[in-house]
Design a protein around this ligand. Sequence first.
Ligand code: SF4
Length: 95
Amino acid sequence: MQCQTVLPGHECVFWKKSGCTFEGNSCQNVIEMCEGCERIAEGTIGPVCSVAPSPLQKWSHGLCNFATHRKVEVKIEEIKVNPLKASKKAAAKRK
Ligand code: SF4
C-alpha cells in the first residue's frame, strides 16, 4: 500500500490499513553513512531511505546492501603457483 505519512504516495510493504506497522509507526531518518546514496528521499520527517525504513539497522552488520555510493571491496590475493608443477601441467596440456 502507499505510505500516507513520511513518504506520501510511495509504495511501502509496512503500510497497512491500520497505518504504518514498522517499529515506532514510522520510518527513521538516514544516518551519516548514507550520505551520497541515491536512495535518499526527502520525507515529511526529513531525509529518509526510500527502500529501508531503518538505515541504522541496514548498517548494523556492515555495509548496507542497498547502498549506491559504496561497494564491497574484494581483495584477490595472489595465488602462489609452484613453477615446476605449472610447467608440468602446461606440458601435459600440449600433448
Ligand atoms: S540504501 Fe542503505 S545507504 Fe542508501 S539511504 Fe538506504 S540505508 Fe542508507
